[in-house]
Design a protein around this ligand. Structure first.
Ligand code: DGT
Ligand code: MG
Length: 371
């Protein structure tokens, strides 16, 4: 079982993967503020940007897991990553939460939201293929509008990201995601009738809208998934506005995959999909389709439960379950599998439930991983 240290009072645990974090919770006013601070820290790219951003995200995750509305500073006591007696880094979270509870707003958050820097960074980071470092470079050169960017040297992703900026920054509805999923399923069935297409990411957690559609493609027989992706892409070529295929490195054993927790070695395709809109949503001057970001990830069946867990998110949930696993269990968990850190012994699992069980974690269905 988790060590005593990792279990704190009020039912909120230290590792977000131990908590029940539903999509709808009681403290969104506070978590919205902390997530603005998180994003701002991430945008600034200064020395401790990452750990500062993480401190805000951890505070936010704690509040999301609170089974009640926080209405007083007193009730922050013992909350992980917020109560200062547990960590010095929690001080900033507590200060902002206190301001909002007592004044109704936080000057710091208001100043950030209204700043040229934050608004511009959000605008530029909304371009597919643009991260904070490129956005900041443009900001520092004096650029403030999308029009300023059009004549700069852009890579392929950024060029299409800019071209479809409006569509790609309009949330993808659950219906649209299901539509894309059905189209992909249909062509997969034509290739091999047992191919399995699974909608993962935020939609699997129950989000009503998202920024993209994440689909796992697998086959119940090991090896039958090989060579499928090029065929899927060929059959869908009229549905794609853009594709960026990533080859599998071939070394998908968890021991040999990269260090980064967000990268994996599956064969995959990052694409922009052209989804025809139903007649009822078309109006006269609008184009009859919508550009949607779609990721197709091909997963061998023996790694499927790990890929399912890894691609269901949230990003913070993934970071936390890997941190818990490494610290508390001395096990490395990736989207490919898990193994013990000392003897490098692989630990098998056939389902997500089995992964949680082998890690001595209470099972959290996708709808409770919204941290
Ligand atoms: P969204 O799309 O904004 O509504 O929210 P999500 O949760 O679907 O976020 P998304 O699509 O960025 O990522 C879904 C999950 O998949 C997330 O937990 C992280 C994981 N993921 C995303 N990209 C990669 C990747 O390149 N490699 C790996 N291993 N995982 C990834
Ligand atoms: Mg997604």
């Amino acid at each position: 079982p988790p060590t005593k240290k990792s279990r704190l009072s009020k039912g909120v645990n230290m590792y977000a993967c131990q908590n029940c974090t539903p999509l709808h919770h009681f403290n969104s006013r506070l978590t919205d503020a902390l997530e603005i601070l998180e994003q701002h820290a991430f945008f600034r790219l200064d020395q401790n940007a990452e750990s500062r951003a993480l401190a805000f995200r951890r505070g936010s995750a704690t509040l999301k897991a609170c089974p009640h509305k926080i209405t007083s500073v007193d009730s922050l006591k013992n909350l992980p990553y917020i109560d200062t007696s547990n960590s010095s880094k929690a001080g900033h979270c507590k200060k902002v939460i206190t301001e909002i509870l007592e004044e109704g707003f936080s000057d710091e958050v208001e100043d950030i939201v209204n700043s040229d820097f934050y608004k511009t960074m959000k605008l530029f980071c909304g371009i597919w293929g643009v991260g904070p470092s490129t956005a900041k470079k443009w900001f520092d050169s004096g650029h403030r509008h999308l029009n300023d960017i059009k004549n700069l040297k852009l890579n392929k992703d950024q060029t299409v990201g800019l071209e479809y900026y409006e569509d790609l920054n309009t949330p993808v509805s659950k219906d649209e995601a299901l539509c894309v999923s059905e189209i992909v399923k249909t062509v997969c069935m034509e290739i091999k009738k047992d191919l399995l297409v699974t909608l993962v990411g935020g939609f699997r957690r129950g989000k009503p809208a998202g920024h993209d559609v994440d689909l796992l493609i697998s086959h119940p027989t090991q090896g039958e998934e090989k060579h499928v992706l090029p065929k899927v892409m060929e059959k869908l070529k009229d549905n794609f506005l853009y594709t960026d295929k990533k080859m599998s490195s071939g070394t998908t054993h968890p021991q040999y995959t990269g260090k980064s927790s967000t990268m994996d070695q599956f064969e995959k395709c990052f694409s922009i999909f052209k989804l025809d809109l139903p007649k009822s949503t078309k109006n006269g001057n609008e184009k009859p389709w919508k550009a949607i970001r779609v990721d197709l990830i091909v997963v061998p069946t023996d790694q499927y439960p790990f890929a399912l867990l890894g691609w269901t998110g949230t990003k913070h949930f993934e970071r936390e379950i890997r941190r818990y696993t490494k610290t508390e269990k001395k096990v490395v968990l990736t989207s490919h599998g898990m193994y013990t850190t000392d003897t490098k012994q692989s630990i098998e699992a056939k389902t997500e439930e089995e992964i949680f069980k082998k890690l001595d974690l209470e099972f959290r269905p996708p709808s409770e991983r919204c941290c």
